[in-house]
Design a protein around this ligand. Structure first.
Ligand code: NDP
Length: 254
């Protein structure tokens, strides 16, 4: 079985939601974790809470040069990253493509696609050199099923689906696992961010059904990590029991 205390886990978007839960879970299990995100105050709070096995770095994954510098500047105890969690991401708008703001669309593409490419490109060569690692990409059911209002967000997550499978194909023969997790609704700030800071958005969304907790999602990711090293979970799709996908839509004129 995997010995967690030998692992250094690099988490993007560790300042809230699933990233924070994944960070806590790996620290609890004995790993060293590099927690990153844009909000330094939240990283400082995590550092105070979780102690010396946590290293924090303020990082915007859209900034290609900053990503390279961040990985290159890690202290020796945190430099040999063996688990990468590409978690940072967001949805903005949620309206129709022809009505939504182009800047929001480009922000989603820059964060959810280019951010993952920047971080993976900075970290994967070290894993290949050491012939050891696990890359987790956080996709979405929005990348698998169509949902009105999701044309760009869903497409960015669809990128992660294929990126994961193609990395797996390219890494055949290396001891590096690659997994995409594709969740439905999880209880995080995601809904508030999508609604431009409207704090009632999450409460409105989860009214009347039980949503997945960020800690439950972290459990699932950790389960995939804790599988024997010769077992690779390729794709993990999770939804609340009370969530499902759309019916084929019909527009009737009569
Ligand atoms: P949160 O909004 O709680 O967390 C998103 C995290 O991403 C924050 O830590 C935020 O940190 C970080 N982030 C956003 N933009 C950047 C950036 N440019 N650079 C670095 N970090 C960034 O939402 P979730 O925890 O739910 O989101 C985690 C992942 O899960 C996302 O990829 C999301 O798309 C995906 N997802 C979420 C679902 C849900 O229902 N919650 C469903 C399906 C997928 P900061 O602002 O400090 O930079």
């Amino acid at each position: 079985m995997t010995n967690v205390s030998n692992d250094v886990v690099f988490v993007t978007g560790a300042t809230s939601g699933m990233g924070a839960a994944i960070t806590r879970r790996f620290i609890d299990e004995g790993a060293r974790v590099v927690a990153t995100g844009r909000r330094t105050d939240r990283l400082d709070a995590l550092r105070n809470e979780l102690g010396a096995r946590l290293h924090t770095a303020t990082l915007d994954v859209r900034d290609r040069d900053a990503v390279g510098q961040c990985v290159a500047a890690l202290p020796p105890d945190f430099a040999e990253i063996s688990v990468l969690v590409n978690n940072a991401g967001l949805s903005l708008g949620g309206g129709k493509f022809h009505e939504d703001d182009l800047d929001d669309m480009l922000t989603m593409i820059d964060t959810n696609i280019k951010g993952v490419v920047h971080v993976t490109h900075a970290i994967l060569p070290g894993m290949v050199k050491r012939d050891r690692g696990h890359v987790f990409n956080i996709g979405s059911v929005g990348g698998v099923y169509t949902t009105p209002g999701n044309s760009i967000y869903g497409s960015t997550k669809s990128f992660l689906h294929l990126f994961t499978l193609d990395l797996r194909a390219e890494l055949l023969g290396h001891h590096i696992r690659v997994t995409v997790l594709e969740p439905g609704a999880v209880d995080t700030e995601f809904f508030e961010v999508r609604a431009r800071g409207d704090k009632s958005a999450l409460e409105n969304f989860k009214r009347g059904f039980r949503i997945i907790a960020a800690e439950e999602f972290a459990d699932i990711l950790f389960y995939a990590y804790a599988l024997p090293p010769h077992v690779n979970a390729n794709i993990i799709e999770i939804m609340p029991t009370d969530q499902n996908w759309n019916r084929v839509a019909i527009h009737r004129t009569t």
